[in-house]
Design a protein around this ligand. Structure first.
Ligand SMILES: [Zn+2]
Length: 600
């Protein structure tokens, strides 16, 4: 079977808050698991994302801290990179939207849509601050909700009644920046004519109806069929962000949601330049054989299933000509690929309540990893992943799952067999006699997992895939309980050697099945088993310089990786390395300690 070409596109985190466990299980972790699986399978994977450094959430944070917005976005961006390295989120490129390359790609999409007749301008009233002498973006205006009377509503959304609001209807408006009273003034903006693109977007979604997740279809096709699509403004009165590439539009910027989704394309282009193969991005973006998977949370479904496909279809082949200029690509060299699937996740709550960063009702990724191991985190976030409905992070359950499943079922299996082999067979894989029917049977059962776990992973059913791998680990425990090599060795060492060889081969296969989920401990196990080259490649950071300055990026070098998605080929006589436990048992008391940290 020839390798597949897979773009793993993961939601761009806003540079206004650290990343918590809900963000990780919502998008970064599922994307990483799928990318690692396809890499083991030998597929060509490009996994990209970056920091969403523009938009009012970022400028508001900078205002609140009294720091330049550029400094604030860099602080969060560098924290994201640190977390992804520590949690093993293996981006081929994690960059930012504040790069000269992303500006150029975004402006080219904008101009292609304009040329193709999908943009128009319209003048509308917007809140203006005479005190600050500028227009106030939606999030900068607070006041009383005209629907429910809540006094602390944002002009575009009310947290009390949950409704999306028409900003100019806000009662008792005040500026969030300085408390002054704004007035309505006319301002002109570009609009993306989504109503014109509605039939194309609806057809795009219908063609994916057989495999897209039900909640994703409901939020996209379902809404289009019941409410239709309305034009959306795609520029803002702001001075932070990407300039509108049209004369006379100084002082306005492209709307952050219009350009952030373009990051999936611009990051692939930046990656191709970094690896010095400037055309390589096209294998993922214009080759008809490539598949793109978008990993996002449910709050972003509209932008990925509707807005982004509309931008891609509307820009069409014009993008290539505008982007590359004369002497570049011919427009006819290809349209940009539409998303193949958008397996959006629902939300993870925390101890029965919605996660809230501002109230510190959150488990922060970097903070968590100062006390616990990354694979314990990845395990719990996968068995509890909100694939079809909201789930809950519960500290007592985290401890129980770690101890009863990760440690008791899988960790102890690997550790007791490796230690026993190392001690009794001179630090080597024992040489078996002819395999008995029970040995052959357990190996056949485990080898079938390569297919069954692989099918779940291909279809992005990650909870089912991990559950199946853990079920197979229990089968090996049952096999060992029956064969009892610890007693067998006292009467017949060569029979015990056959049992241990069989168990080690099963563990070696399970290692591959667990590897996308638990990359750190599977790499350790791989080393204990005596392999001299690693399962996976290495993550590293580097600085990139362009006309906008310096930005750090996270990268992944697949080079020394030798892991393969296949049954074990373990050789008798292979020298083992001294084993050690893969996981730590946790004290039950930590649940109360951790709950005490919440909300303070
Ligand atoms: Zn309200």
């Amino acid at each position: 079977m020839s390798p597949d070409t897979i773009l793993v596109a993961i939601a761009w985190p806003y540079a206004n808050a650290p990343i918590h466990v809900g963000n990780l299980t919502g998008s970064h972790l599922p994307g990483d698991i799928v990318a690692r699986y396809h890499r083991l399978k030998g597929d060509r994977v490009l996994m990209v994302s970056g920091t969403d450094s523009h938009g009012t959430p970022v400028t508001l944070r900078a205002d609140a801290e009294g720091k330049p917005v550029e400094e604030v976005y860099q602080i969060f961006h560098n924290q994201f990179i640190e977390l992804f390295q520590k949690a093993g989120i293996s981006y081929d490129l994690f960059t930012t939207t504040h790069t000269a390359n992303h500006f150029k790609v975004s402006q080219s999409i904008f101009l292609a849509l304009k040329e193709n007749g999908y943009l128009y301008t319209e003048t509308r009233p917007q809140w203006y601050s005479p005190a600050a002498r500028k227009f106030l973006p939606d999030r900068y205006v607070e006041g009383t909700c005209y629907l429910c009377g809540f006094e602390g509503a944002r002009s575009d959304q009310c947290d009390q009644c949950g409704n999306v609001l028409e900003p100019e209807k806000m009662l008792n408006p005040r500026s969030k920046a300085d408390g002054s009273v704004p007035e309505l003034r006319d301002t002109e903006h570009f609009f993306l004519d989504l109503s014109k693109l509605e039939p194309a977007v609806a057809n795009f979604l219908r063609a994916r109806r057989s495999y897209m997740r039900e909640p994703v279809l409901g939020e996209s096709l379902g809404k289009i069929e019941s409410e239709g699509l309305k034009p959306r403004p795609i520029t803002r009165d702001l001075d932070w962000g990407i300039p509108v590439p049209v004369e006379g539009w100084d002082g306005k910027r492209i709307y952050v949601w219009f350009e952030a989704v373009i990051g999936y394309l611009s990051a692939a282009i930046e990656w191709a330049h970094i690896v010095d193969q400037p055309n390589a991005w096209r294998d993922w973006w214009t080759s008809p054989d490539s598949k793109s998977l978008y990993f996002i949370g449910k709050d972003n479904i509209f932008f990925h299933t509707t807005m982004w496909p509309a931008e891609l279809m509307g820009a069409g082949e014009q993008f290539m000509r505008i982007f590359a200029g004369d002497g570049g690509y011919r427009a006819s060299e290809g349209k940009l690929n539409l998303p193949y699937d958008v397996p959006a996740n629902q939300f993870m709550n925390l101890e029965g309540r919605k996660i809230s960063g501002s109230r510190n009702w959150a488990v922060w990724g970097l903070d968590f990893l100062t006390r616990y191991d990354p694979d314990s985190l990845r395990y719990y976030l996968t068995v509890n992943m909100p694939e079809m409905r909201d789930t809950d992070w519960d500290w007592a359950e985290f401890v129980a799952r770690n101890n009863n499943e990760l440690v008791a079922t899988w960790g102890n299996l690997a550790n007791r067999v490796l230690s026993f082999a190392y001690r009794n067979w001179d630090g080597q894989i024992p040489t078996p006699n002819q395999l008995r029917p029970t040995d052959k049977e357990i190996l056949a059962t485990i080898d079938k997992g390569v297919v069954s776990v692989g099918e779940h992973l291909s279809a992005v059913r990650l909870r089912a895939a991990l559950g199946e791998a853990m079920r197979l680990a229990s089968e090996v425990n049952k096999y060992l309980d029956t064969a009892s090599p610890w007693f067998e060795i006292k009467t017949d060492k060569s029979a015990a050697g056959t049992t241990i060889y069989t168990a080690l081969r099963a563990i070696d296969t399970l290692k591959v099945l667990f590897a996308p989920f638990l990359p750190f401990t599977c790499e350790q196990l791989h080393h204990f088993l005596g392999y001299t080259t690693p399962l996976f490649g290495v993550q590293y950071t580097e600085a990139q310089t362009d006309a906008l300055g310096v930005h750090n990026v996270l990268r992944y070098n697949p080079d020394p990786a030798t892991g393969k998605w296949q049954p074990s080929q373990l050789q008798p006589g292979q020298k083992l390395n001294p084993p050690a436990p893969l996981f730590k048992k946790l004290e039950a008391s930590i649940a109360e300690i951790e709950r005490g940290r919440l909300g303070s």
